[in-house]
Design a protein around this ligand. Structure first.
Ligand code: ADP
Length: 501
């Protein structure tokens, strides 16, 4: 009689509960947004209670709306905003501080203070990451340094640390289980991705007691069961994965060389590198893609800060459009070589430049540049930035054999066709774009025996549309050279400003 899998997608701005049938069809989705808190310049926090309550209420609502009882749910899968850091009291379950969100930059100075070539190398060798406020370790350090008695309580074994998956698991199991999965652990800056364990040397470096840390499991595993009071009967939690890794799984990128690119607020490109943890010489991250039956699959990841968010700026900031979706019709007759370039480095540039000080620019304007040219340049900026990542990967000897796209902006046919053109590669868009929640539904299905293997999951992936490159090599090279010139201007003017100071 059990028929469904329930995915929890705990994101940066909202929590969603998605009910899937056993054959991975979406039955229903319930979503709830929650407030963002910005207590200081560069600080971003969430109220942990908002995270928990929106998860509980969306899950209860999706079950009630579809008259599904807890007994009919085979398993729960949890996917989540990554790196966001929570510390709570093990006795009471009460967080001792708000969740410090991945975007939060409060530990920049601390990172600079401890930065040395030796430490940066050690971190990158062991964790595949960079010494940056983005990841959890320095956020834990900040909480232990800034909440009264926190370090003492931590040393006494009274505090627990978790990313959002762990925090939810703790509360869903009424404090019985303190676990995470290898993908989430791999984003903390404390996890040795080669040995698959918490790294004692890094724990000592950041002065974080081992007793705070969750047990690290495979991404599909018996994590625990929900306490019966929550949904009326216990439901097994059988999958956990960070959101970008879950999307890679939902896109069925199970073979080495397959890649997915998610175009939401930002863009995250992840390339499956199989059982090899490759080190990038081009400032891409090495991360755990998933761990199944104790076997680790690794990925190389590049992130861009502004993808859909550039369209949001066009809509809400410049008011050039009513909806981001209107852009496609507006630009359909704009030639690709219109000469205008929008570099959306509003908050700096991510991979592969990692220039926190670069700022945005529109270059190449002429008297005949109109709204549609600027909108086209905004859409194209996402293609050019993906090309930057492709180039960085090529510099590391990697080239995606397949690129699958998802996220809000992937709906835009014009932008996806331009992407295929500028990459000189095929781009595939799936029929089911809920790839993140689908990813953990797949994992939960693997754990409970509904699906037999990743090979079986790969056969379930369905293409909505495939975009093939139609642009000549000369035109591609010419456009990309102009884009790189614009990037140089943005980084140059930033360096000039620094020199002027
Ligand atoms: P997130 O999960 O990060 O909140 P979504 O995957 O829901 O983001 O994507 C929403 C983003 O995609 C918004 O920033 C929006 O501007 C952009 N977007 C949505 N539809 C389109 C479209 N048809 N064309 C271009 N951009 C779009």
């Amino acid at each position: 009689m059990s028929k469904y899998i329930l995915s929890i997608d705990q994101g940066t701005t909202s929590s969603r509960a998605i009910l899937f049938t056993k054959d991975a069809k979406v039955v229903d989705t319930v979503q709830q947004t929650f407030p963002q808190h910005f207590p200081n310049n560069g600080w971003v926090e969430h109220d942990p209670n908002d995270i928990l309550q929106t998860v509980l209420s969306t899950c209860k609502t999706v079950l009630a709306n579809n008259q599904v009882t807890a007994e009919q749910v085979i398993a729960i899968g949890i996917t989540n905003q990554r790196e966001t850091t929570l510390v709570w009291n093990k006795k009471t379950g009460q967080p001792i501080y708000n969740a410090i969100v991945w975007q939060d930059r409060r530990t920049s100075e601390y990172c600079e203070q401890i930065r040395s070539n030796k430490l940066s190398k050690k971190i990158s060798d062991k964790t595949g990451l960079l010494l940056d406020p983005y990841f959890s370790a320095t956020k834990i350090r900040w909480i232990l340094d800034n909440v009264a008695d926190a370090q003492q309580q931590a040393l006494a074994g009274e505090l627990a640390f978790g990313t959002v998956d762990s925090y939810l698991l703790w509360h869903l199991t009424a404090g019985k289980v303190h676990r995470t999965d290898a993908t989430n652990a791999s984003r903390t800056l404390l996890f040795n991705i080669h040995q698959q364990c918490w790294d004692e040397e890094l724990l000592t470096q950041f002065n974080i007691p081992h007793s705070m840390l969750p047990e690290v499991m495979d991404s599909a595993a018996e994590f625990g069961s929900t306490s019966s009071e929550i949904f009326g009967a216990p439901i097994k939690i059988c999958a956990m994965a960070g959101d970008q890794q879950a999307a890679l799984i939902g896109q069925a990128c199970f073979k080495e060389g397959m890649a997915k690119s998610t175009y939401g607020t930002g863009c995250f490109l992840m390339l499956n590198t199989g059982d090899k943890a490759l080190t990038s010489n081009n400032r891409l991250l090495t991360t755990v893609a998933y761990r199944l039956n104790g076997r680790v699959t690794y990925a190389i990841e590049g992130s861009i800060f502004m993808a859909g968010a550039t369209m949001q700026w066009i809509v809400e900031g410049l008011k050039l459009l009513e909806h981001a979706g209107d852009s496609e019709a507006m630009v359909k007759d704009v030639p690709l070589d219109h000469g205008v370039f929008l570099v959306p480095s509003f908050t700096g540039l991510g991979a592969p430049y990692w220039d926190a000080n670069a700022r945005g620019a529109i270059l190449g304007l002429t008297r005949d540049s109109g709204i549609s040219t600027i909108v086209a340049a905004a859409l194209q900026s996402v293609g050019y930035q993906t090309k930057d990542l492709q180039k960085a990967m090529e510099g590391d000897g990697l080239r995606p054999s397949i690129l699958r796209v998802d996220g809000g902006m992937a709906k835009n046919n014009w932008a996806m066709q331009f992407l295929a053109n500028i990459l000189g590669a095929s781009v595939e868009r799936p029929a089911l774009t809920e790839t993140t929640s689908l990813g953990v539904a797949y994992l939960a299905g693997l754990q409970t025996g509904i699906y037999k293997s990743t090979e079986q999951l790969a056969t379930m992936w369905q293409c909505d549309r495939r975009f093939e490159p139609t642009m000549s090599i000369d035109e591609r090279n010419d456009l990309y050279a102009k884009w790189q010139h614009c990037i140089a201007q943005v980084t140059l003017s930033n360096n000039a400003t620094k020199d002027d100071c």
